[in-house]
Design a binder for this molecule. Structure first.
Ligand SMILES: [Fe+2]
Ligand SMILES: [Fe+2]
Length: 311
């Protein structure tokens, strides 16, 4: 790799306002979600903060942006349409890749097209990916080639009962992911997996967790992914997961729109990953002060001090 390629990762925007909530959209889950929004979340997440982070990532040399879900709040068609307008302000589909979160696919009661249809250009395979995987572009996982990277987008979002924010990848996606990772080895591309829910067991409470986290942990232990990016917890995290060839960095990013802290959740942040021949440099940028500038919070050289582990 002769040059540096920079991938920005932002997540959990929970964009405001809640749009298009009509009588036909109510159910118990949306009612409770709406109350949570009015009482708490609307004071935390702000569109102007997300836009400041997006401007900062382009200023700092991002070549591509990954958005790992929870772009909206109640999965309403009005919110989803508005979120498409926002995605367009971030960049064109060739520069931005998105996957859905549990708030984007919130309930079975949609009364309109889903985010998978409306955001299709941002969460579907490119021509290379569709040909490589042999699947239709809308099939998860989808593949995209950006610079030296193969981006692999998973869908962990499933409609759930009230007060449940769990997710599931499912056997079909897991089998395809493993197949893709095996085939991608021969390409020399760096494999970056995008998933909304934290993929390992114990990373969050059971009612918010990935139901097949055990299976995903086993998959990442026997397959080579170079980097796994997720959201959902609204907190930073970096875990090296043991794998056959070398530990896989599994990186969670905080919400990209938080104007105030919320329990353990920090102010808005995003991550920059600089891929070069010397490895992957991760830079966490965001707000240190609600009224301040976007600044560097920390930096990490991934793979810098770890050796391949036998499992
Ligand atoms: Fe979220
Ligand atoms: Fe989430």
């Amino acid at each position: 790799m002769s040059q540096t390629f920079t991938l920005a990762h932002i997540s959990d925007l929970h964009l405001t306002p809640i749009l298009g909530l009509g009588p036909g959209h109510w159910n118990v889950k949306r009612g409770l979600g709406y109350l949570n929004w009015v009482r708490s979340r609307r004071l935390v997440h702000r569109l102007d903060i997300a836009n400041r982070l997006v401007a900062d990532m382009w200023q700092h040399g991002a070549d591509h942006v990954a958005v790992t879900g929870d772009i909206v709040n109640l999965g309403l068609p009005g919110e989803i349409a508005e979120a498409l307008s926002w995605l367009k302000t971030v960049g064109p589909p060739a520069k931005v890749t998105a996957i859905p979160g549990n708030h984007d696919i919130y309930t079975r009661r949609m009364n309109g097209p889903s985010c998978l249809e409306i955001w299709r250009d941002y969460l579907a395979a490119d021509a290379w990916g569709a040909e490589f995987s042999g699947q239709s572009p809308e099939t998860f996982p989808f593949l995209r080639r950006v610079g030296p990277l193969a981006l692999i987008g998973l869908n962990s979002a499933i409609p759930t009962r009230p007060l449940v924010a769990a997710g599931r990848i499912g056997r079909e996606q897991r089998d395809r992911l493993e197949d893709d990772l095996r085939k991608l080895k021969a390409t020399g591309l760096m494999c970056v997996v995008l998933i909304h829910h934290p993929p390992l067991p114990g990373q969050t409470a059971p009612r918010r967790a990935l139901q097949d986290a055990d299976e995903m942990a086993a998959l990442f232990a026997r397959s080579r992914a170079d980097l796994v990016l997720h959201g959902h917890n609204h907190r930073d995290s970096l875990i090296y997961h043991p794998s056959r060839e070398r530990p896989v960095p599994i990186v969670g990013v905080a919400s990209g729109s938080a104007v105030r802290t919320h329990g353990p959740e920090p102010l808005a942040r995003y991550n920059l990953f600089r891929f070069s021949s010397s490895g992957i440099e991760m830079i966490v940028r965001g707000l240190a002060d609600p009224n301040g500038a976007v600044v560097e919070i920390s930096s990490h050289h991934l793979h810098a001090s770890v050796q391949p582990m036998a499992v």
